[in-house]
Design a protein around this ligand. Structure first.
Ligand SMILES: [Zn+2]
Length: 357
């Protein structure tokens, strides 16, 4: 295959977005797109390029005081009659237009066209963000080559509709086990109904007043919800077991240990088992590089409510935020699209930030 990422395409973030969308790259099928990206980057004299699996990293080494990361995942969710890209007026439709080949296009465009950025820049084009963490390119690089991720600040080019979404909330899942005594329902007084015991627990969850907190000017709103319930043996049996899965989305001023303590206090008296947890990330907007980025954007940041890969950087002490042209409401949607003007505006913003003052 001829590499569709020609110099003319690389010079225009809109054309580049379309060319990237038209290279199919559903998770675990990123080889072709990674080959195309790697081939382009290896020819750029001001970059050093490495590859790990289907993750490509390229960096400048200009001896600048600060280093920033621009990162985007190469994979998409499965196609849904939305491949290849189509254009309608100011909109480009197709799988990955919003999440997040328009963001990847920023990184690739800047990597090729900006030989002397004001900071050293590490560009990441990584595999398998949309599936389990064990495949995630950033996760794999953090395990194998943690030094590749060294930086003072990171921008993940995930869809935010041109707004800065800083930090992210943490997420914790727990299972509450309610037990009883099994009996024939015709003589139910011999048993203890485990499903009935759920009532009091569900009421606690329903009455829970979720907290709002402002960190670095960003609002985070927590949430605690029962997300699954299992119980019951048969139509004539008093059940002896009921399990309720709870999901706690917590603001990044709580550590996972503090979130767990809060959950255990709230659900005291119940048998609670934590099944899954990912720490949040503070917005970290105090760093000088982050301030310069916000000046270039010129709009106040908001708190990111979902969990994203910014948390990986935060865990390494690197402040990170999300900034991309796609509309997150249309990510993973059959009508996924991106506005061409948003692509151009965001590219201009990043250029303003990274070009020499
Ligand atoms: Zn994404």
């Amino acid at each position: 295959m001829e590499n569709p990422l020609t110099p003319e395409v690389l010079a225009d973030p809109v054309a580049l977005t379309r060319a990237l969308v038209d290279i199919e790259s559903v998770s675990l099928n990123e080889k072709v797109i990674a080959d195309c990206v790697e081939e382009v980057l290896r020819k750029v004299p001001h970059l050093t390029t490495h590859r790990f699996g289907n993750t490509v990293m390229a960096r400048t080494d200009l001896g600048r005081d600060s280093r920033v990361v621009l990162a985007g995942h190469l994979d998409t969710v499965p196609l849904n009659n939305n491949f290849p890209a189509t254009m309608r007026g100011d909109l480009m439709y197709g799988c990955g237009t919003s999440d997040m080949k328009s963001g990847v296009a920023y990184a690739l465009h800047l990597a090729v066209t900006l030989p002397e950025p004001r900071y050293d820049v590490t560009y990441f084009f990584y595999e398998a963000e949309e599936i389990e963490q064990r495949y995630n390119g950033l996760f794999l690089v953090a395990e194998a080559h943690p030094e590749w991720l060294t930086a003072d600040f990171a921008v993940l080019l995930e869809p935010t509709y041109g707004v800065v979404e800083a930090g992210c909330q943490g997420t914790m899942r727990a299972v509450v086990t309610l037990t009883g005594v099994r009996a024939h329902s015709a003589r139910s007084w011999h048993g203890v109904n485990a499903i009935h015991r759920a009532g009091e627990l569900l009421r606690r969850l329903e009455e829970y007043q979720s907290r709002r907190v402002t960190i670095d000017g960003c609002d985070y709103r927590e949430g605690l919800n029962a997300v699954r319930i299992n119980g019951g043996v048969a139509g004539n049996v008093v059940p002896d077991l009921c399990e309720i899965e709870v999901n706690f989305r917590f603001a990044p001023d709580r550590t996972p240990a503090e979130a767990e303590a809060h959950l255990r206090e709230l659900l005291s008296g119940y048998d609670l088992r934590i099944t899954d947890c990912a720490a949040g990330a503070r917005p970290g907007l105090g760093a000088a590089v982050a301030k310069e980025f916000l000046d270039a954007v010129g709009e106040a940041p908001i708190g990111k409510l979902g969990w994203t890969d910014v948390a990986r950087f935060a865990a390494m002490g690197i402040p990170a935020l999300n900034f991309g042209p796609g509309d997150p409401n249309f990510a993973h949607h059959p009508d996924e699209h991106v506005e061409l003007s948003k692509i151009r505006d965001g590219a201009a913003t990043l250029h303003r930030w990274l070009a020499q003052p």
